[in-house]
Design a binder for this molecule. Structure first.
Ligand code: MSP
Length: 530
């Protein structure tokens, strides 16, 4: 069966962004999720021949950060400097290969925010007024009475307080029609579609309010150049990071020209409003193209609800990586969160996935294969010459089908399903061993058939290694190494290549890639880290 070659487009660019994180605490698995998701997409595109770029960074301004720094007895700048080092270390630990890490306190960003603000003023997109509203300090958001839930902030459910101040406003109403037209013409702009309906029904239909874009009640932010007692509201400051990092409005804007508009902007469900309404409107006002897609993922929850320090139920990625390795953590996080919905982290779930998926399914397939080739052919994968065998064709047809499914799921951002597709290949290949019973073929000296089975197993594992690479880079390389392919160039298109017997020499029996965990012990360990 011929496979689609749709993904192989050389010299095409791909630009994916994560939100820039508030460095107000330690990063938990929820924050890690988006960043890993972005890295998986970027890596997938990269091995498909794209010139792929990923952006992440920190949102370092605002009242909240000012407050946390004070609590820690340091200046805001000292505080965010330390957090930036911490964040970069974490992304390295999680094998995240970002191309740029932007910090909103960097001059390359702040001076562009000043310029953008002045441009908006000049074009009458921003006007001066007075703001009186209900303010949620942790979220740095003003709300109207009708948006509150039980009198509290609809995002974080905390108390809001009445505040009044002179402020600048962005004239959102001016652009609403253009935004709605864009939504109409680009039905996949906001995904999942349910989020788009939410945005339209909850925020646009009731009448989009103009957005207050400055504050005078704190100091830690970009000052308005023409009126410096005002500090630019943290969301206007933050959202522009996606283009300032590419050199928008700077002397060298080649990256901006090359990568903008972004292909996918990833956000959590709580910040979709900012990305699906205000961000596109700012871009329309700047006369810039809009991103191709905003994808809002769900949240990692705990059994007892949201992760929160006060509940003592927060799980941090580094404590998992230290004990189980980065690939197991990346695998779990991506596999466990369904498209657009929330997922639950439980220590039991983590240990089960490790033992069943990684150890039993994948690890055993590799061990058995390597073991058999060593036993039957002294570690050499032999050319079977004759491929006309029904069981072999059955296996390969199924694998081709699962690869197609995986490609479709990657394109649709259903990364959890893409992993299930790969695991279908793993299960199917394990089943092939049961079907062909190589130990019987060996006993009965059916050497040609045995050669075919062994080469099928190696081929399947080679494909699996390429497919899992975006998700689990180390495991992928380790599998290829154990198959005797350590110099292998990981490119997606190699999946379609014919087997190359000079590459598939099994050198020796390698170490197991995942070792079975003792559930009781490990569940207790994970709980102790919460
Ligand atoms: N600074 C803003 C984003 C500005 S982007 C121009 C912000 N930062 S944040 O640190 O509070 O959140 C960053 C991201 O982490 C958000 O997309 C949020 O949805 C995500 N998550 C926070 N908790 C999460 C989970 N428990 N699970 C999954 N994602 C979660 O918002």
């Amino acid at each position: 069966m011929a496979l689609p070659k749709g993904e192989i487009k050389l010299n095409k660019t791909f630009y994916v962004t994560t939100p820039i994180y508030y460095p107000s605490g330690k990063f938990h698995i929820g924050t890690a999720y988006t960043t890993i998701f972005a890295d998986v997409l970027k890596t997938y595109k990269k091995i498909n021949g794209y010139d792929a770029r990923m952006l992440t960074g920190l949102d370092e301004h605002g009242q909240k950060i000012e407050g946390v720094a004070k609590q820690n007895g340091v200046t805001p700048q000292e505080y965010v400097d330390e957090k930036a080092t911490e964040a970069k270390k974490l992304w390295k630990l999680l094998d995240v290969d970002y191309d740029d890490f932007i910090r909103t306190t960097e001059e390359r960003h702040t001076e562009k925010v000043e310029k953008i603000f002045e441009k908006f003023l000049k074009n009458n997109d921003i006007y001066k007024g007075e703001y009186e509203g209900l303010y949620c300090t942790p979220c740095e958001s003003f709300w109207t009475e009708s948006q509150l839930i039980d009198g509290k902030c609809p995002d974080c459910q905390r108390e809001v307080k009445k505040m009044k101040e002179e402020a600048y406003f962005f004239n959102m109403k001016k652009y609403v029609d253009k935004l709605l037209k864009f939504y109409d013409e680009n039905p996949n702009f906001i995904e999942p579609i349910s989020r788009k309906n939410e945005i339209i029904n909850n925020f646009i239909k009731p009448g989009l309010e103009d957005l207050c874009v400055t504050r005078t009640t704190f100091d830690w932010g970009v000052k308005v150049k023409s009126d410096p007692k005002h500090v630019v509201y943290v969301w206007l400051d933050a959202l522009t990071n996606y283009i300032t990092s590419l050199g928008y409005m700077s002397d060298d804007d080649s990256l901006f020209k090359k990568y903008w508009p972004a292909d996918v902007q990833l956000v959590g469900k709580d910040i979709i409003r900012f990305h699906a309404i205000y961000w596109p409107i700012f871009l329309i006002a700047l006369d810039l193209p809009l991103p191709k897609k905003i994808y809002a993922h769900g949240w990692f929850m705990m059994k007892d609800g949201k992760m929160s320090k006060s509940k003592g139920n927060v799980i941090y990625p580094d404590s998992l990586v230290d004990r189980y390795g980065v690939d197991a953590v990346r695998y779990f996080l991506i596999r466990e969160l369904p498209y657009g919905q929330d997922g639950i982290f439980t220590p039991e779930g983590f240990v089960d996935r490790y033992n069943y998926d990684l150890c039993n399914d994948l690890g055993n397939l590799l061990n058995r294969t390597i073991g058999m080739i060593n036993k039957y052919f002294d570690g050499e994968v032999k050319d079977p010459k004759d491929y006309s065998n029904e069981l072999s064709q059955g296996l390969n047809n199924d694998i081709d089908k699962y690869i197609k499914d995986m490609i479709n799921h990657m394109d649709d951002l259903h990364l959890n399903f893409a992993l299930s597709d790969i695991w279908n290949i793993i299960s199917r290949t394990n089943k092939y061993i049961d079907e062909t019973m190589p130990w019987v073929l060996y006993k009965e000296k059916k050497e040609d058939e045995l050669k075919l089975v062994m080469s099928d197993l190696v081929e399947s594992l080679r494909k699996i290694a390429i497919l899992i690479y975006p998700f689990m880079k180390n495991t992928s390389k380790e599998i290829l190494k154990q198959l005797g392919n350590d110099k292998y160039d990981i490119k997606f298109e190699n999946i379609y290549n014919k087997r190359d017997f000079t590459l598939n020499k099994v050198v020796s029996k390698g170490e197991p890639i995942f070792v079975r965990l003792d559930p009781q012990e490990e569940i207790a360990y994970i709980k102790s880290k919460m």
